[in-house]
Design a protein around this ligand. Structure first.
Ligand code: 6PG
Length: 223
């Protein structure tokens, strides 16, 4: 697998610490993060909102998303809605917020990401099927052109609802740091497959540094 694996008891707490450490490494700079969707990410953002306030100047943070479901921003399945509820609304003003909008062209998001250059942190989860962001097994976006930073995509298995917009591997690779957060017994099989080098979408992620924060329930068992 690409990256470093850390087995932790408290994934949200470990994520908050990694975010704060990464933020503190960029003094005086804007900080660009791409948020994840999912319930593990929600728990991470709620913890960050409660623990990060003293250390993070949110007014220099620019929020992007790593993927989005093509639903209205107030829809219960919207990653933007989750990010706003779990983090943005709790920490007050940010420098800028760039939600993914499926009704806008990919070019708009591609250009915005292009202006940023490197993202400081891309936060990713992993599904039980080994998907990450909205890069699903057997989906078209796995083989997007190398120059494409974002793509529309959907899950050919139908397990994951809604058409999606997602960062591609190229878009993710622009990150200085990717932090995966994986928790729960239902992720162990996929985690073991990634750890064993199987070609699941999450295993293909590369970036400046890739860090996996995995709880004991999801951690690969020594073979
Ligand atoms: C999405 C997410 C997705 C998520 C994983 C894990 O939009 O669905 O970005 O990649 O991170 O499915 O989700 P859970 O933490 O809810 O298991």
């Amino acid at each position: 697998m690409n990256g470093d694996l850390q087995v932790v008891d408290d994934v949200p707490g470990a994520f908050a610490r990694e975010f704060i450490t990464a933020f503190e490494q960029r003094p005086g700079e804007e900080f660009d993060i791409a948020l994840s969707g999912g319930e593990t990410a929600r728990a991470c953002y709620e913890r960050l909102a409660s623990e990060g306030t003293a250390s993070v100047d949110w007014l220099v943070v620019n929020f992007f998303w790593g993927d989005e479901r093509c639903v209205p921003p107030d829809h219960q399945d919207s990653n933007e809605r989750m990010g706003r509820e779990a983090l943005l609304e709790r920490v007050g003003a940010a420098n800028a917020v760039y939600p993914m909008r499926c009704d806008e062209s990919l070019d708009a998001y591609q250009l915005r990401l292009g202006e940023v250059g490197q993202l400081d942190l891309v936060h990713l989860g992993m599904g039980a099927d080994g998907h990450t962001a909205s890069l699903f097994p057997g989906s078209a976006a796995l083989s997007a052109d190398p120059g494409q930073l974002v793509a529309f995509n959907e899950d050919p298995s139908g397990r994951n609802k809604h058409p999606r917009m997602t960062l591609t591997y190229t878009g993710i690779a622009r990150a200085r740091l990717v932090v995966f957060t994986v928790s729960g017994e239902e992720k162990r099989e996929a985690m073991e497959a990634v750890y064993a080098g199987e070609d699941l979408p999450a295993a293909r992620v590369n970036a400046g540094r890739v860090l996996w924060l995995v709880d004991r329930a999801a951690a690969p068992r020594p073979r």
